[in-house]
Design a protein around this ligand. Sequence first.
Ligand SMILES: Nc1ncnc2c1ncn2[C@@H]1O[C@H](COP(=O)(O)OP(=O)(O)OP(=O)(O)O)[C@@H](O)[C@H]1O
Ligand SMILES: [Mg+2]
Length: 278
Amino acid sequence: MPSTETVAEPLVSLRDLHLSFGSNPVLKGIDLDVHRGQAVSIIGPSGSGKSTILRCITGLLQPQRGSIRVGTTEVHTLAQESQRIELRKRVGFVFQQYNLFPHLSVLENLVIAPRKVLGRNRAEAEKDARALLAKVRMEHKADAYPGQLSGGQQQRVAIARALAMRPELILFDEVTSALDPETVGEVLTVIRELTEEGMTCVLVTHEMRFAEEISDIVYFTENGVIVEHGSAAQIFQHPTSERTQEFLRHALGDPGRRPRVANDPYLLTNLSRYSLSV
Ligand SMILES: Nc1ncnc2c1ncn2[C@@H]1O[C@H](COP(=O)(O)OP(=O)(O)OP(=O)(O)O)[C@@H](O)[C@H]1O
Ligand SMILES: [Mg+2]
């Protein structure tokens, strides 16, 4: 279990966030805090607004109502794209689709943004890139091209690329859901190590056991609202809302809270995925 000291002022603070796509209300009053050094997970059914919340934090989407603060930046007030680009230098975002530059080597994928966006010199950027590749255990592929790597390897490079910008926090949106089961564990291991080192992380994940293991705080969303939030132990072991209980029952494949029925195929799928992550 992570034990991270929290400071009074959260690094990220969302208050009463409302966002609609046309006439479709997607966020209906979201309050969420992330303190420095915390790993915060957002779990919930498909379409409940999890990715939309992350996109608001990076300024990719503007809410109709409510406030978003990242550090001292009032994100909801940013009117110009250049201001939002400044914000995105500080907030790493890793998606399900890793989107590496296919025509650049692994090393160049890590070097390009620090050089072009942060103006760092070649030697320094390359030294950092190699250290980050070692951290995600990809240093032996520095000269390979993305198309020559497995999905899990590409995703680890994508994480290293996000880290190369030295972000204040990093957002992960379902980063393992497009991967073969064999490579899920290696990506989760990298994320676990980052959280243990105190990197501030917000994770949207369907890997429930992983969320339980690494999160300081877990938010359960449904239908554009936060149904409940609390410590991982609280949410996974003693959820108070009927809705959270039902969701976890399905997600964990168990009528109780802990797997007991060995012949449930959904449960077996979950367990085998989990075992790769430990
Ligand atoms: N650009 C968009 N235009 C219109 N509707 C959108 C757009 N992006 C998301 N939505 C809608 O907003 C709702 C919430 O979507 P969101 O992607 O945040 O859900 P999610 O919780 O991340 O789901 P999943 O677990 O499937 O990724 C969905 O009903 C979706 O169809
Ligand atoms: Mg999503």
